[in-house]
Design a protein around this ligand. Structure first.
Ligand code: PLP
Length: 413
């Protein structure tokens, strides 16, 4: 049986551990993760790209919790980071600096300096101006650093507008047609070793065609640069593989690799892959208790103790997550909105959803919330951020305690 969250005899569990026990021990809302599912997802990527020299750089933005990062670092993963503190988190978790690639459209001078001092593998630059900034910082230190250039191929990933990143109207990367000229100029800058080109067209991608097109374009550009004598050593194809939030069959890394590897084989380059969501998304669930049931002129509401401050995705992207009673009693379903306690009409986890009859005190699981869940949580309405726990080899342990009032006010001056 696949590791992670499974229902047996009507009860949803995680690798043999009771979700009710986790909720009682650590309270709700609680993010719960399966170590076995995390390991399986990473390993599937590593194996899938075996036919080519590769480095799987886990995108920390999907979930930066230390316990999960340590597991991935222990498996030999690299890291894709987008901020100075993600760099600190990656280093603290034990990712070797040389396996870290620093992405992001707005790196500050301080962040660039910290990356240089840490000795990271590559900066993934997103503009010509940034290349100049990295060059100045590197040469001031008497150093040479690897840089990749993120290109924008103007390809529609057929995903949500907010998470499309490879269209010309998106802020990411430089026009792919301009990349050779930009790199020709950058070649003369001190402190830069042009290591390759990068492309990431978006997230939650379920159609492989746009990804294949982007990789084709990236390979063509890499070959042109190699022919021009650039000493490239990597080709960074980004992340973006989606999760089937409806609970069907999720596209596996093997299917992605089957489409992409034929284009990448034979290149004298190491392939960097930057998956986030597809590594950690299905490995996590948000556990929440029903507080109240309420009816408003025929409209049914299930009010739970997790809100948009805990899980922003439904409000931000109208994202769909399965919401399921942990203990299924069967019987008829009712059409309900599952809503949180936050004072916003947009505070819902599910809308117009058929849900079995539930009662106050029942435990619900919001599925596939391992990625872009906890990391996007906030203290809105002065709500503490949730606790996080890990199921590890049949055991259950807290990996982040729930915040206290003192935590929320600690930085006030
Ligand atoms: C540069 C880059 N790499 C990797 C990722 C990870 O994407 P995903 O979580 O969809 O795999 C992102 C996400 O937006 C990104 O911007």
């Amino acid at each position: 049986m696949a590791p992670g969250f499974q229902r047996r005899e009507g009860v949803l569990g995680c690798d043999g551990v009771s979700l009710e026990e986790a909720a009682v021990r650590f309270g709700t809302p609680l993010y719960l993760y399966s170590k076995a599912a995390l390991v399986a997802a990473y390993t599937a990527y590593d194996r899938a790209f075996d036919p080519v020299p590769h480095r799987i750089c886990y995108a920390l933005k999907a979930n930066g919790s230390g316990a999960l990062l340590r597991i991935l670092a222990g498996l030999g993963a690299g890291a894709d980071i987008v901020s100075g503190f993600e760099l600190e988190a990656a280093l603290r978790a034990g990712f070797p600096p040389k396996l870290i690639v620093f992405s992001g459209v707005g790196k500050t001078t301080d962040e660039i300096a910290r990356g240089l001092d840490a000795g990271i593998g590559e900066f993934n630059a997103e503009s010509e101006e940034e290349l100049g900034r990295i060059s100045a910082a590197a040469s001031a230190r008497g150093r040479t650093v690897g840089v990749t250039l993120r290109v924008n191929p103007d390809i529609d990933p057929k995903s949500h507008a907010y998470i499309s990143t490879g269209l010309r109207q998106n802020k990411f990367g430089v026009d792919i047609a301009l990349a050779p000229d930009i790199l020709r100029r950058a070649r003369n800058l001190p402190g830069l070793a042009i290591a390759g080109v990068q492309c990431h067209i978006g997230s939650q991608i379920t159609d492989l065609e746009p990804m294949e097109q982007a990789v084709r374009d990236l390979v063509a550009l890499s070959n042109r640069l190699l022919a021009d004598g650039f000493p490239l050593r990597v080709i960074d194809i980004g992340g973006g593989l989606g999760v089937d939030y409806e609970g069907g069959t999720t596209l596996q890394p093997a299917a992605l690799a089957a489409r992409l590897v034929p284009h990448l084989e034979g290149l004298p380059l190491t392939v960097l892959v930057e998956p986030g969501r597809s590594i950690v998304g299905a490995a996590g669930a948000l556990l929440t208790r029903v507080l109240y049931l309420k009816e408003n002129r025929g409209k049914q509401f299930v009010i739970v103790d997790a809100g948009l401050n805990d899980l922003l995705r439904p409000a931000l992207y109208s994202a769909f997550h399965r919401v399921e009673p942990v203990v299924s009693r069967g019987g008829e379903t009712r059409r309900v909105d599952v809503v949180g306690p936050v004072c916003e009409t947009g505070d819902f986890l599910a809308r117009d959803r058929n849900l079995e009859r539930v009662q106050p005190g029942d435990l619900l699981a919001v599925r596939d919330t391992g990625a872009y869940g906890f990391v996007m949580s906030s203290n809105y309405n002065m709500r503490p951020r949730a606790a996080e726990a890990l199921v590890d080899d049949g055991g259950l342990r807290l990996i982040r305690r729930r915040e206290t009032f003192e935590d929320l006010t600690r930085t006030e001056v």
